[in-house]
Design a binder for this molecule. Structure first.
Ligand code: ZN
Length: 122
């Protein structure tokens, strides 16, 4: 990977971290808790939404941090599961991805238990 590319990727990753820092879903959560308790269903729904945003942001933050580390040790763009090179177009779209598209699909489908249970409860 070219030094120039490394720097621009690094910049993108740092910008993402900054964005995640500024959008802290916990503020949202605190605000929702103060809402009128009469509208509990709506409040609960909004809390669920806020929690899922926090979870996603948390996971993204970890991925971004990991991608930055991989950049340092010259392993950026290499799938951390199978060792294949990640498609550059995929990296363009999601600079902090650490898995190739095949491993990502496998990973996503292995996590289906949670969302399914959530849907049934809703
Ligand atoms: Zn892979």
């Amino acid at each position: 990977m070219l030094m120039q590319d490394k720097l621009s990727v690094r910049q993108q990753l740092l910008a993402k971290l900054d964005e995640l820092d500024r959008r802290d879903g916990r503020d949202e959560l605190i605000r929702e808790r103060c809402n009128d308790p009469m509208d509990q269903v709506q409040t609960r729904f909004e809390m669920d939404m806020a929690i899922s945003v926090i979870n996603t942001d948390f996971q993204t933050r970890r991925k971004v941090a990991k991608a930055l580390k991989l950049l340092e040790i010259d392993e950026y763009g290499i799938c951390q599961d199978c060792g294949a090179e990640i498609n550059p177009k995929r990296l363009d779209a999601i600079p902090w991805t650490t898995l190739c598209v095949y491993c990502q699909e496998e990973y996503d489908s292995s996590r289906m238990v949670g969302p399914k249970r959530y849907r049934r409860a809703a």
